[in-house]
Design a binder for this molecule. Sequence first.
Ligand SMILES: Cc1cc2nc3c(=O)[nH]c(=O)nc-3n(C[C@H](O)[C@H](O)[C@H](O)COP(=O)(O)OP(=O)(O)OC[C@H]3O[C@@H](n4cnc5c(N)ncnc54)[C@H](O)[C@@H]3O)c2cc1C
Length: 482
Amino acid sequence: MAITRRSLLQMIAGTSGALLAGRTFGNSNHSGPRAGTVDWTQLQNNVKGRVVVRGRADYESDRHTMAWNAVKPERFPDAIVHVASENDVSEAIRFARRHKLKVAIRGGGHNWHNAALRQGGVLLDLSRLNQLQVDVEQRKAVVQPGVTGAAFIANLAPHWLAFPVGHCPNVGLSGFLLNGGLGWNYGNWGPSCASIEALDIVDARGELIRADQHRNADLLWAARGAGPGFFGVVTRFHLKVFPLPRAILRSSLVYPIEDFDKVAAWLPEIARSVPAELMFSFYNREIEIQAWAFADTVADARNALQALETEPAGLHARSKHLNRESSVDEVFGAVNENSGPGPRYAGDGVWSNASSQDLLHKVRDSILAAPSDSSWVEFHLPQVQVRPQLPDMAFSVFASIHVGVYSNWNDAEHDAANRAWVRSTIASLEPLKVGYYVGESDLTVAANRAQQCFSPSAWGKLIELKRKYDPHNVFFSYLQHP
Ligand SMILES: Cc1cc2nc3c(=O)[nH]c(=O)nc-3n(C[C@H](O)[C@H](O)[C@H](O)COP(=O)(O)OP(=O)(O)OC[C@H]3O[C@@H](n4cnc5c(N)ncnc54)[C@H](O)[C@@H]3O)c2cc1C
């Protein structure tokens, strides 16, 4: 099913939303913890990977490495299994079931809100499953959960192939793909999850199964967007990949915050006249307009960016780079600076079909009052040129602009101020929102936040599939859900 703006609005407005409002994922069958009575050596003897049990001297440092965000939640798995094979995944799930322990999953650990770290249960760290194969002729690839966007592109680009990997190259592909995956050039290539053709999954019984269009097709449907509520452990993603565009050009313009009103007035015109991937970033001191054109020829790419060459009267960029030919490394590593570990982060976002100017007026005061120079609001416009025929999939809420609100800082004493800033900024956008993206949204805000990441019918189907594939609720679900 192609998702159009109209069908999206119909889905959001649909009455079934109210009927599903009280329905959440699963029950608490595997509620543990009975960890104190568990003989973990049995598990360690049956898996090749290391098992780190809570209480061991190295547990806390190990737990910290499971989350990229330096803000670590007060949630403590009973044990962390650094799985070394698909068989380890099966063994760990069977062990957890026998002991009525729940199972949490970690790919690259980049979830903003540390979804992988849950209270009690067994955390499966998949980062060592990092095989990657590319079939150049068929334009297909198979990636394991430990592969990052950077590693994937490094293996594709020499063959003139590419994939809509995340905008920060170190982000793990696995959670990113399950979320939907708003990657580079997704306006043309579609959300990354639409390029998942099949998956190898260890299910809640500990069995390795295949999901594709012919086998367990409903699991494929769910894996394309269910995000951190997915009910199985994906050990391999079978992906379609794309020809690398021959020309990638970037333009960027930076303005002082004093030009706020003039820039705000120009943005809708840019959105109309620049058929390229757009990112508008607003800090408390400056505004940056960036555009990337992916095209077959330099002339086509230059044409797409042309409207940025003429600024409106009275606007003069403090820094301006137009039509810069960019290498694969420059583009796919361009927004790299935020992906390193260390700082404390908070983030959230909304989808909206409102104009950039209207959105900006809603967040104007917040931007000016941002708690640090590293707090920012980002409008991301994929600028769909040829909307791909998206399959029917769990990823069902989509709009013309994704507004991300982010903050990073160093001291724990500033946690509350930064979190409050992100929450209040998002709250000011509520009247203009269409829904949320499960990959960026702060699901801890409210119990119904996860639900608002999906169309009413997709949410209902996810609940049914969770019951079908995980009837005993072995896997943890969305944060705030049992
Ligand atoms: C700096 C930064 C930049 C980002 N940029 C983008 C971007 O450009 N576009 C975008 O769409 N998103 C982006 N994100 C969000 C990103 O999609 C999520 O953070 C995503 O979860 C990262 O994947 P991961 O494997 O590291 O997730 P993890 O934190 O490891 O996992 C999160 C959850 O996903 C589920 N999961 C992960 N792997 C598996 C698996 N193999 N099987 C079953 N369930 C699994 C589990 O429930 C897990 O708890 C960004 C995040 C950060 C921090």
